[in-house]
Ligand binder design. Structure first.
Ligand code: AMP
Length: 179
C-alpha cells in the first residue's frame, strides 16, 4: 500500500499521510508517544485509537487548505477511527471521497512482508508470528472499516495481485471513474 500510495501522490499531487510512518518517526525520535506505540507495533497489535486519531487531527490542522487533497495510508483501521475521521473531516467541511482497498491473499501478504523485512529494518517485518497476528488483527478490526464505507457507497476493492504497474492501473481506473 505504501508503494502504490507514493505513485498516487505523484500523479494526483496529494499529501501522503501514513499512520505507520508517523508512528515509526515518533519511535525513531524516542518521543513518549513513539515509545508507547512501540509496545503495540512490536506485537503486531493496533496502537490505541485515541493516539492515531490525535496524530491525524493534528496533520489535518496543519495541512487542510494548503494541499489539493490527502491520501490516508493505513488509516482508518477500526470502526472507531473511521467514525472519528468522518467527524474531523465534516468539521472541516469536507469528507472522504473513496476508500481503495488492495485485495491480496494472506500467503502473498506474508511473502511480501518477509521479503521487505530483509531490508526494511522493521522489527514487525521479520517475524512470521507477528505478521500473522497483523493479518488476524486486520480481519478482526479492519474489515469493519470496509463495511462502514460500503454503507456510504465509498468503497472500492482493487486486485492487489500483479505487477506494480498493473495494480497502479487498476487504482487509477477506479479513481478516474469517480469524476
Ligand atoms: P503499517 O506501516 O501501516 O503496516 O503499520 C505498522 C504498525 O503501526 C501496525 O501494525 C500498528 O501497530 C501501527 N499502526 C499503523 N497505523 C495504525 C492505525 N491506523 N491504528 C492503529 N495502529 C496503527
Amino acid at each position: 500500500k505504501g508503494t502504490q500510495a507514493q505513485y498516487l501522490v505523484e500523479k494526483y499531487e496529494l499529501l501522503h499521510i501514513s499512520t505507520g510512518d508517523l508512528l515509526r518517526s515518533e519511535l525513531k525520535a524516542a518521543t513518549p508517544l513513539g515509545l508507547e506505540a512501540k509496545k503495540y507495533i512490536d506485537k503486531g497489535e493496533l496502537v490505541p485509537d485515541e493516539v492515531v486519531i490525535g496524530m491525524i487531527s493534528s496533520q489535518l490542522d496543519q495541512n487542510i487548505g494548503k494541499v489539493k487533497g490527502f491520501i490516508f495510508d493505513g488509516f482508518p483501521r477500526t470502526k472507531a477511527q473511521a467514525e472519528a475521521l468522518d467527524k474531523l473531516l465534516d468539521f472541516k467541511n469536507t469528507a472522504i471521497t473513496q476508500v481503495l482497498a488492495l485485495d491480496v491473499p494472506e500467503e502473498e501478504v506474508v511473502a511480501r512482508i518477509m521479503n521487505r523485512g530483509l531490508t526494511s529494518g522493521r522489527s514487525d517485518d521479520n517475524n512470521q508470528e507477528i505478521i500473522k497476528n497483523r493479518f488476524s488483527v486486520y480481519l478482526n478490526e479492519t474489515t469493519a472499516v470496509a463495511e462502514h464505507y460500503k454503507e456510504f457507497d465509498k468503497y472500492s476493492s482493487i486486485p492487489g495481485i500483479g505487477t506494480i504497474e498493473e495494480v497502479f492501473k487498476s487504482l487509477t481506473e477506479a479513481i478516474e471513474a469517480l469524476s
